[in-house]
Each structure stands twice: as C-alpha cells, then as structure tokens.
Ligand binder design. Sequence first.
Ligand SMILES: Cc1ncc(COP(=O)(O)O)c(C=O)c1O
Length: 364
Amino acid sequence: MSQRIQRPMGSDYLQWAKTQTHARFNLTYSGVPFLPLRELPVSLDDLELSGSGAYGWAPLQQAIADRYRVPVESVVAAAGTSMANHLAMAALLGPGDEVLMEHPTYEPLLAVARYVGATVVPFARRAADGFSVDPDEVARLASPRTRLIVLSNLHNPSGALTDDDTLRALAEIAERVDAHVLVDEVYLDALWEEPPRTSFHLGPRFVVTSSLTKVYGLNGLRCGWILAEPGLAARLWRLNELFSNINAHPAERLSVIAFQHLPSIAARACALLDANGAALNAFYRTRADLEVMEHCHGTVSFPRLREGSVDALCGLLLERYETMVVPGAFFGMEDHFRIALGVAPAVLAEGLNRLGAALGDLAQ
Ligand SMILES: Cc1ncc(COP(=O)(O)O)c(C=O)c1O
C-alpha cells in the first residue's frame, strides 16, 4: 500500500478569519482599514484589461524596484504576500527538507511549508525576551537538511522588530548549511522609514516577501512581491507558470498608481496607528492582569493573560461585549491573544473598554 503524507489542505486560521470574525468591535484584522477606490486619483482611462508583461508588467516591476532600491531583475510580482510565500517555499523546499520556522508564527506560513512536504523545526521567540530571535538557538537546530529559515519582520503576532545584526547572524547560519532566509516583511513598512528598510540588502541568502496589503490598506489589489537574487527570481517566475501564470492587469495598473501616491496613503495609516498605539499603551498601563511589551510599531500586539483561560475570555468578549480578538491558539500560544490596531480610533477605544470589562468578569 502506498504511504500518503498528510498535507494541510488549507489554513485553519484563514478559514476562521474569513468566516467567524464579524463582531461589532472587531480587533482581529492585522491591517489598516481598506483604502476606498475614491481616495486614489484614478480614471477609467488609467485602466486596461490586458497588457504586455509575461513575466511582470514593466511599470509595476520598476515601481517595486525603485521603492526598495533593488535591481528590477530581483523583483517577482505575486498575488499578495500569500502567493509570494507559497512561491518562495515551493521553489526552495521539497519533501524531506527541513525548514526552521519561528514559533509563534503566522499559521499559513507553517501550513504552506507542510503542504510542500517539508519538515518544520520550530525555533522559539520567547515572550520573556520580547519575542526576539536567538541566532544561537537557530544555529543549534540547523542541520544539513535545513533548506530554509523563516521569520516575519515585523513579527506576527507580537509586532517585534528583528534587527539587522540578528538577521545577518541568521544568514551566516544559512550560508553554512547552504540554505536561504525567508523574511516575510508584510508589516515592515509600518516603521515608516524612507526609503523603507528590507533585509534583501543584507546579503544574497535573503528572500523577502511583502505586499501593499496590510500597512497601506490595499488588500484588494493583491499587489505582492518577492525580492530575491536574480537567478532565484528567474526560477520563481518560471515556477509561477504553474500557479497564477500572469497577474490581473487592471490590478497591476492600479498598483502602479498606488505606488505613485504611497506617501499620502502611508500618512493616513501612520496617523491612525500612532493614535491607536498610544491608546493601547494607556489601556495596558491599567492592566495588571496582562503581561505585554509596550507597543511601539506595527499593527498588532500580543498580550499574555496572566490567569484564566483565553478561550473563556474570547467567549465572554463575544457573547457579552460584541468584541473579538484573535486567540493565541492560532499561533500556538494558548495563554496569549492578539489585538489588532488597524481600526477607527473610536472602535479601538470601545473595544478596549469592553475587553477591560470582560477581563473584570473573568477575574470574578
Ligand atoms: C505574516 C503575514 N504574511 C502574509 C500575510 C498575508 O498577506 P497578503 O494579504 O499580502 O497575502 C499575512 C496576513 O495576515 C501575515 O500576517
């Protein structure tokens, strides 16, 4: 009888996020509110249904390359960071390969690695250490079968930033075993640096994925990309012939327009996240029942409930207070939960009030 490997056929987290998160005070979505089309200066004349660009539409390729100061040959456009991650892992991993992956992590990263047949070896990002990455631990876990080291920067769920020295240390480990380092940077532009930082510049071992989805509120455009050294980028383009083949051309055109207006789109998001970050920190200062690092950047925060069950808290929140957060179980940490900041300030304020009330109920 043939042995069939159990592969995940979906993402439990994404299914939950797509079908269960309808609360009035919804603090689950990790991006900023969607930008409405009317806020982009677009006319019908800017659009076209089809365009030339078998391996990427040149103006969009150039817009991504210019923004991140990378050669255009290193840019592979993909349908969101989701497809970018899938393509990168499908190209770099096969059955029997090992992937060292941060824990906690965004569950679809884990699911994709398993889907392509790789064995996932977790390395811990510990709450007590501010969810930092410990390169010594990664070095201990690396083996000749390691093909990829995967992390998100900023980290989902905690929002922690990994500094360049740590990233370089990971690249050295990858170099020793002939692996790559995949950095999912979908939240990194929320540092608001100009030009934006990317680990792509730290060396040829890095493969970077990102998109305009989260930080800029452009989820519907599906404008994602991979940054990789040109030889790997060419392989990724070839592999994409088996996935989405080409990207939707109207979306490519709208994405170029979005890049042209990114400063004002970013200013909108930055103002919202700054205000909400301050409100969240003020809330945390009143809560001895939560253990959490001060929020300083990004769109999410990941407190630990010191006592009691997060499941019970989430149940109370929904039933009594019409409020939702993401249970830490989706990230493999059942005593934590994730709060997202990308909502209107009034929604966050009321959501936090209600969270406070539910925490009070839980303690009784
Ligand atoms: C770490 C991480 N990567 C990728 C994604 C998906 O990004 P996109 O919407 O660009 O596909 C998410 C969404 O939550 C995420 O948290």
